[in-house]
Design a protein around this ligand. Structure first.
Ligand code: ADP
Ligand code: ZN
Length: 605
């Protein structure tokens, strides 16, 4: 009741504001109308006028005469026959500027008031609607103005069948489906099911689709809202939307709440220029309160999607909140083929269309990109009045999309792919051979969307308290492996290894300046960095040691990197066969797992 009253007040004020605006616009054109025709002729005679502008009205021949007097004042005279005035003014020796018949005055006088009335009416309509549909759970799709969330259930159901590829992701989410189907089963044994699942991945990789499919599989309602809907101009609106959303969801449990673009609300608190963003922080706090507030097995699963986990407030990742993180990656060749099959289902394909081949040439494409590709192709075929899609339609679509989205998902040339394959193989071999790092879990040449052309991922290491000197040296060697492989295979080297080189250099510098691991420099801390990010720090911070020491440090860092480089190169040279085989396998499959990678070494032995 209370809340409803507050809302109504808000709308009431808005309407008043709009009415005031109308009145103001109405008055905007009124000017001093005490100036008369007689005065004008007098002023003309006296030579008091410096400028005359004639502004005809839409209803000719009426109009306004805008006069600038010698003393700088402007006068306006409204006349019934502008042509007559023109003559009079001309006779007095002026060449008046005659403006065009205005269009905007017609807009201001006729259309704008109507628009404003329309807006007011629509507003009333929306309010009434919001109040009427309050609890109508049986409406298939409804908007409740309060939380702005969309509720969908029943038809249009998405299931895991429509989600192609993403096999591991679906497996990970299977237990959530099971929980939503029968929460009691879990409650009885006291099992704790995650309250929140964070889906991380580039736009278009199918995060929303996955969340919807879970709701579809479990046959529960699906509330979706975007993080940016929470962030409003008015302080407090976001927080109250969160409250309303959870209240509504509780009425429909078990259910799924899906928050797209959660980074819009859940950015690290207290960051950003000019202090915190009050409204966003309030919204985030409310979200945390709600998530902590509902019981463990109330049957509500909050899913959220983002492509920027790094900027999220760590508080939302704590146990009892978004404690499950699932990375939704870009599809590999096989995944792309499956996605193409899903989306080609209701599109007749000509017999020259080879989905497998399309999958091979679209490395880096997301599910959304592929869907778009087929859609463009279908449009091309319709343009040609054909009832099926031909290979050339797809070719054309490919070029169109490829050029349009160069940045979003780079299309990779065969050469680039080959270089990346060798680069990653170089990292992988070192991970495998060096004892303190690795083993290799995945090697991939699927672009990640954050700028990396590929990645090599070791198995999550054991938690170790200390880094050893040996371990740090091996890390540096692994970082350099990509560049070394490129150098061994190709005549030229690329810029692709820049972040590797930066990482290696940083590590070496830390060894020297922070950990006292260099005998030449000694066990002294020369490290000014506190790792805290603080804008302006680098400029303002004085160095605590002499130029001479700085030179020694630089030399020592270079020695370490050079030494690692030599050793790493020797190791890769020893395993040239694996390097070639691994690159070839990567080019074929784009992503290889631990067993596949290790088999390459067995073959060599
Ligand atoms: P995200 O939420 O990650 O930005 P969406 O789930 O909204 O991406 O995906 C957009 C569209 O792309 C989907 O509606 C679907 O048509 C298509 N799509 C994405 N991934 C897949 C997939 N794995 N299988 C089938 N279609 C997909
Ligand atoms: Zn690399």
């Amino acid at each position: 009741m209370n809340k409803g009253g507050k809302n109504l007040n808000f709308y009431f004020m808005l309407i008043i504001a709009l009415l005031l605006l109308t009145v103001w616009i109405g008055t905007i054109k009124t000017t001093d109308d005490s100036y008369t025709y007689g005065q004008m002729t007098q002023d003309l005679e006296d030579g008091d006028i410096v400028d005359v502008v004639l502004q005809p009205n839409a209803e000719t021949p009426t109009g306004a005469v805008e006069i600038t007097l010698k003393d700088g004042t402007d006068k306006v005279l409204y006349v019934t026959d502008i042509e007559e005035i023109k003559k009079v003014v001309k006779d007095a020796g002026f060449d008046p500027v005659v403006k065009d018949v205005p269009r905007e005055s017609w807009f201001l006088s006729d259309v704008l008031p109507m628009l404003i009335i329309l807006v007011v009416v629509v507003f009333f309509f929306v309010i009434m609607n919001a109040q009427n549909s309050g609890g109508g759970a049986n409406s298939k799709m409804m908007n409740f103005g309060k939380s702005r969330a969309k509720l969908s259930m029943g038809d249009g159901k998405v299931t895991f069948k429509e989600v192609a590829g993403l096999k591991e992701e679906k497996e990970d989410l299977e237990e959530i489906v099971d929980f939503l189907k029968d929460p009691a089963k879990y409650t009885k044994v006291g099992a704790r099911i995650p309250k929140g699942v964070l889906l991380e991945g580039s736009p278009g990789t199918g995060k929303t689709l996955l969340a919807k499919a879970i709701a579809g599989e479990a046959n529960v309602p699906f509330f979706s809202i975007s993080g940016s809907d929470f962030v409003e101009m008015f302080v407090g609106v976001g927080a109250s939307r969160v409250r309303d959303l959870f209240a509504e969801a509780k009425k429909h449990n078990p259910c799924i709440i899906f928050i797209d673009e959660i980074d819009a609300v859940a950015r690290k608190r207290g960051t950003g220029m000019g202090g915190g963003h009050d409204e966003r922080e309030q919204t985030l706090n409310q979200l945390l309160v709600e998530m902590d507030g509902f019981g463990i097995n109330e049957g509500i699963i909050v899913m959220a999607a983002t492509n920027r986990v790094d900027i999220l407030d760590p508080a939302i990742l704590r146990p009892g909140r978004f404690d499950r993180k699932i990375t939704v990656s870009r599809p590999d060749v096989g995944g792309r083929e499956e996605i193409l099959q899903v989306h080609a289902k209701n599109k007749p394909l000509g017999d020259d269309v080879d989905l497998k081949q399309i999958a091979q040439t679209t490395a880096g494409f997301t599910g959304a990109d592929l869907e778009n590709l087929l859609n463009e192709a279908a449009i091309n075929s319709a343009k040609d009045n054909r009832v099926f899609i031909s290979q050339s339609d797809i070719q054309k679509a490919f070029i169109k999309i490829g050029i349009g989205s160069e940045k979003r998902s780079r299309i990779i040339s065969d050469k680039e792919k080959k270089i990346t394959a060798y680069h990653e193989a170089g990292h992988a071999i070192l991970f495998h051979v060096l004892p303190e790092v690795g083993p290799v879990y995945t090697v991939s040449i699927i672009p990640t969307g954050v700028g990396a052309a590929g990645y090599t991922m070791p198995l999550p290491e054991k938690d170790e308290m200390f880094m050893t000197r040996g371990r740090m040296l091996q890390d540096i060697m692994v970082s350099l492996g990509g560049r070394i492989a490129e150098e061994l295979i190709f005549d030229d080297i690329t810029t692709g290894a820049s972040s590797d080189i930066k990482k290696a250099t940083k590590e070496a510098r830390k060894m020297v300046t922070r950990y006292g691991m260099s005998t030449n420099i000694g066990v002294v801390n020369y490290d000014d960095d506190d790792e805290e990010v603080f804008i302006g720090r680098d400029m303002a911070h004085p160095r605590s040691h002499s130029e001479a020491i700085a030179g020694d440090i630089d030399r020592e860092v270079k020695n370490i990197v050079d030494d690692c480089y030599g050793k790493a190169k020797a190791i890769i040279e020893e395993h040239m066969q694996v390097l070639h085989d691994c690159a070839a396998l990567l080019l074929e499959k784009e992503k290889i797992n631990q067993a596949e990678f290790e088999a390459l070494f067995e073959k060599e032995a």
